[in-house]
Design a binder for this molecule. Structure first.
Ligand SMILES: Nc1nc2c(ncn2[C@@H]2O[C@H](COP(=O)(O)OP(=O)(O)OP(=O)(O)O)[C@@H](O)[C@H]2O)c(=O)[nH]1
Ligand SMILES: [Mg+2]
Length: 302
């Protein structure tokens, strides 16, 4: 199965929810206000968000005139085109050869942080990098053993302390171990923080300061993992985390589990932070570099 095919499958719920209704809404319709109202409602219903929806509808109206769009098929292609442009350009995960790369993975509980780390560890290990993971989630019992299972599967080193230990101390140790063992990539897991718990957010700030201090020359990515099934709340999470640490990329997981894949458009339009990875399933290959054009194509393809 090729890449696009798998992507289409991963987005099947959204495709069936959103795209099926889109076809229903536009087929055989006159391009008048009532059509645009129905389209607007459809977009909002699928978590495209207020800002992105307003933008898409305005662009659609404008370009329908300019390009003299006449059929519903042309309209669908135009919408795909506009959606693709709204998603912006591809911004892959940064990685620099010959230095230490540090990925700090943050996000509320259950979004898929540890799973994402496991998949990234395996991907980079397979690519020839020396990878280490750090169990910075000392808050939840069994969190570090879950990470250890992933690390064992990927065949990478892991640094962990006892449950309840200071996560900053784990990170400190991991950074030193990474340096002495000439690690290329250190990926740090963190607790599933509740964004309204200021003490936990402060802890995250402390971890960030330790990385800055102990590995000033490392390439850093701070990845915020968001569960696509949480809908508009995803935007709130992004804002709150971004206030504590300089989030450099979003990982949007569980797109396979929702009909509301439109959240991708909302994030792209309302967040300055680029989506770098998306999760469309449980397999290793289901953690994808986010490619806006490929995504739009998979979403709108018939
Ligand atoms: N369907 C699907 N499931 C996913 C995806 N990513 C993660 N999951 C599942 O989501 C669940 C939670 O994943 P974890 O990696 O444990 O989440 P976490 O953020 O580390 O959770 P805490 O450690 O409790 O904060 C697991 O059952 C994963 O298999 C995805 O892209 N698609
Ligand atoms: Mg976890």
């Amino acid at each position: 199965m090729n890449f696009l095919q798998r992507m289409k499958e991963g987005l099947e719920r959204t495709r069936q929810g959103f795209m099926a209704k889109l076809t229903e809404v536009i087929t055989g319709r006159k391009f008048d206000d009532s059509l645009y109202e129905d389209l607007e409602e459809l977009l909002l219903l699928h978590d495209v968000g207020v800002e992105a929806t307003a933008y898409l509808i305005a662009e659609l109206k404008k370009q329908v005139k300019e390009r003299k769009i006449a059929t519903s098929d042309e309209l669908r292609h135009l919408l795909q085109d506009i959606a693709g442009k709204t998603l912006g350009s591809k911004q892959p995960l940064r990685y620099r050869e010959g230095t230490l790369n540090v990925y700090l993975v943050v996000g509320v509980n259950g979004v898929g942080k540890t799973t994402t780390i496991g998949k990234l560890a395996e991907r980079f290990k397979k690519g020839g990098s020396k990878v280490m993971v750090a169990a910075g989630d000392t808050f939840r019992a069994a969190a570090s053993s879950q990470l250890q299972i992933w690390a064992a599967r990927a065949g990478v080193a892991v640094v962990s302390h006892a449950d309840g230990a200071d996560p900053a101390a784990v990170v400190f140790d991991a950074l030193h171990a990474a340096r002495s063992r000439h690690i290329d990539l250190l990926i740090i897991d963190t607790a599933g923080r509740l964004h309204n718990k200021s003490n936990l957010m402060q802890e995250l700030g402390k971890i960030k300061r330790i990385i800055d201090r102990e590995a000033p020359n490392a390439l850093q990515e701070i990845l915020l993992v968001i569960d696509a099934t949480t809908g508009q709340n995803a935007l709130v999470q992004a804002q709150e985390f971004a206030q504590i640490v300089p989030v450099s990329g979003i990982v949007l997981t569980k797109l396979d589990g929702t009909a509301k894949g439109g959240i991708v458009l909302a994030i792209a339009k309302e967040q300055k932070i680029p989506i770098k990875l998306i999760g469309i399933g449980e397999k290793l290959a289901d953690l994808r570099d986010f490619d806006p054009q490929e995504f739009a194509a998979a979403l709108f393809a018939e």
